[in-house]
Design a protein around this ligand. Structure first.
Ligand SMILES: Cc1cc2nc3c(=O)[nH]c(=O)nc-3n(C[C@H](O)[C@H](O)[C@H](O)COP(=O)(O)OP(=O)(O)OC[C@H]3O[C@@H](n4cnc5c(N)ncnc54)[C@H](O)[C@@H]3O)c2cc1C
Length: 141
């Protein structure tokens, strides 16, 4: 798993408790992933010396390799969502990834996606790949 760093470049509130942010990659400057994969932050948690690891799905398409978009909801008191909601434009971030094998495989079979809340963004990427046709995205695994 690779480590990445880069600042928050855009923040958009989609609802009062769902936020979208863009992270522009600095080091390394590119990321290659398959729709459905995720990245992880290590965040401080109150009363513990060890950080908590929190995964977040990449909501942007693999074609945008120089930045990633995340969509997350507020979980009161949760260290992961509190960290993400504390970020302001220009703040630096570090994260690891991309990981996850729950990705779309090439198949001629009908596909039914079921998702609630912020998870629907992750499936939007898979749907984009279905519409584009099999193996249209060389970075997809
Ligand atoms: C593979 C993967 C991908 C994920 N991708 C995303 C993503 O794209 N966007 C996103 O927002 N989250 C995503 N999550 C969930 C995310 O990793 C955290 O679990 C979530 O942000 C809560 O973390 P926390 O530290 O704030 O709260 P925690 O300390 O984990 O939870 C605090 C309390 O809130 C409850 N809780 C946990 N999650 C939620 C929730 N979503 N809504 C309401 N209550 C909750 C817990 O049961 C607990 O009681 C993903 C999880 C996995 C495993």
């Amino acid at each position: 798993m690779e480590s990445f760093s880069g600042p928050v470049t855009t923040i958009r509130d989609l609802t009062p408790d769902v936020r979208q942010i863009d992270l522009t990659l600095l080091a390394p400057p590119d990321i290659h992933f398959a729709p459905g994969q995720f990245i992880s932050f290590e965040v401080d948690r109150e009363g513990s010396l060890t950080p908590a690891t929190r995964p977040y799905s990449i909501a942007s398409p693999p074609s945008l390799s120089k930045q990633i978009q995340l969509v997350f909801n507020r979980v009161p008191g949760g260290p992961g969502s509190s960290y993400l909601f504390s970020l302001q434009e220009g703040f630096d971030t570090t994260f690891k990834g991309p990981v996850g094998s729950f990705t779309l495989r090439d198949s001629a079979r009908d596909i039914l996606f079921v998702a609630t809340g912020t998870a629907s963004h992750r499936y939007a990427q898979c749907c984009g790949r279905v519409n584009a046709g099999p193996k249209s995205d060389s970075s997809a695994g």
